[in-house]
Design a protein around this ligand. Structure first.
Ligand SMILES: NC(=O)C1=CN([C@@H]2O[C@H](COP(=O)(O)OP(=O)(O)OC[C@H]3O[C@@H](n4cnc5c(N)ncnc54)[C@H](OP(=O)(O)O)[C@@H]3O)[C@@H](O)[C@H]2O)C=CC1
Ligand SMILES: CC(=O)N[C@@H](CCC(=O)OP(=O)(O)O)C(=O)O
Length: 345
């Protein structure tokens, strides 16, 4: 059994992590922290876990957490994990950060978009934690920068096309919709029921901070700099991300070849499912699961390839993916503790 701590256990991704880790056959949770609820019983705060997990929330004390754990998950607003990552790494323990602190190859990009100074600590072997692309590197890393939710949906959808050079790298448009849990549990006017129910809005238009993350990863896959148009939308549901992507298929490529490329790229991948021709993903089919569903269509009228992906933002978009990364780090089967379908309907 390995010992795990969750820092920021009372946020939406934190609760999802606790739900998953408390049922994981090879993990025991030895510490949980909260900012506002230190001293409170966890299953009092989250009755959904009554009978499964009970523990008092602690204030954050990094030294104490390091002493008792093998792996520390940080589910905090960006900027915090950077402050104590060095201490965790020098102790030989592993860090899986669900925020953005360790996602960027270029510190200047992180500093520009997240407004915090970046320093990479000595001994850090950092990796972008998208298992379907970086599995081998994840194995040897000690810090995992768990991907953002929108980037996970966009990168998994586009990776085969870019890897095999099937589309033009210009004019890629990513139109994404997210459920409100994507914004976390802090009180924000725009996320109140009366503001977002029966309403859909675009936000972060032409300047969302997931744009550079998506561009970094797509650029590495195809070996050249890439620019994308990315527009996120808030839709009135709790969980889920649906991304509809428009791109230009190269003239000599058939849609049959595209399908074959996806089948090949995701061969043996438990968590990524390519839907049959004519079928398209729905967030409902990934709700509560770690799966990503992908659908493909070719618009003969415009020559556009349309790729649609669906994930659960708290699962494949955050905590499920974090557990998948932990499984790789500790040599457990990748699907351990994640081997269940979506909740339907
Ligand atoms: N929600 C999502 O779908 C996704 C989120 N992420 C990223 O994961 C991270 C966590 O997100 P999410 O769970 O939604 O956020 P929440 O706002 O729901 O939770 C944040 C957690 O961090 C704690 N916290 C906040 N400020 C501090 C502080 N100064 N010191 C110590 N603890 C603090 C909170 O404690 P308290 O409860 O006491 O306030 C809470 O436990 C973020 O970086 C987010 O960007 C990534 C992918 C998807
Ligand atoms: C609906 C909603 O508000 N979603 C969040 C995505 C959160 C996230 O993944 O952000 P990080 O990159 O900071 O981890 C947003 O758009 O900011």
């Amino acid at each position: 059994m390995i010992k795990a701590c969750v820092v920021g256990a009372t946020g939406y991704t934190g609760v999802e992590l606790v739900r998953l880790l408390s049922r994981h056959p090879e993990v025991v949770i030895v510490g949980i922290t909260s900012n506002n609820y230190a001293g409170r019983e966890y299953d009092d705060l989250y009755p959904s876990l009554k009978g499964y997990f009970s523990m008092k929330c602690d204030e954050l004390n990094v030294k104490e957490l390091i002493k008792k754990s093998d792996v520390i998950f940080t589910a905090l607003p960006s900027g915090h994990a950077l402050e104590f990552a060095g201490e965790i790494i020098s102790s030989g323990k592993k860090l899986i950060d669900l925020g953005a602190d360790f996602r960027f190859d270029d510190p200047l990009v992180y500093e520009k978009w997240y407004g915090k100074p970046f320093k990479l600590h000595e001994g850090v072997r950092r990796v972008y934690g998208l298992p379907e692309i970086y599995r081998k590197k994840i194995k040897n890393a000690n810090v995992i920068g768990n991907p953002g939710c929108y980037p996970t949906s966009a990168i998994l959808a586009l990776a085969p096309c870019l890897k095999y050079g099937l589309i033009l790298t210009e004019d890629i448009i990513i139109d994404s919709k997210s459920g409100v849990s994507g914004a976390g549990h802090s009180l924000t006017l725009g996320n109140l029921y009366a503001e977002c129910n029966e309403s859909t809005k675009a936000y972060g238009v032409a300047n969302h901070r997931h744009t550079p993350e998506i561009e970094q990863e797509l650029g590495k896959i195809c070996g050249k700099e890439i620019k994308v148009t990315f527009t996120p939308h808030l839709v009135p549901m709790t969980r889920g991300i649906l991304s509809t992507i428009y791109c230009n298929l190269k003239e000599d490529i058939s849609v049959k070849e595209v399908r074959e490329a996806y089948v090949d790229f995701y061969k043996g991948e438990f968590f990524v499912k390519l839907l049959e021709e004519g079928r398209f993903p729905r967030t409902k089919d990934t709700y509560g699961s770690n799966h990503c569903h992908i659908g493909l269509a070719y618009d003969e009228h415009t020559g556009k390839l349309i790729i649609i992906s669906a994930i659960d933002n708290l699962m494949k978009g955050a905590s499920g993916q974090a557990v998948q990364n932990m499984n790789i780090l500790f040599d457990f089967p990748e699907y351990m503790g994640l081997d269940f379908p979506a909740i339907y309907p």
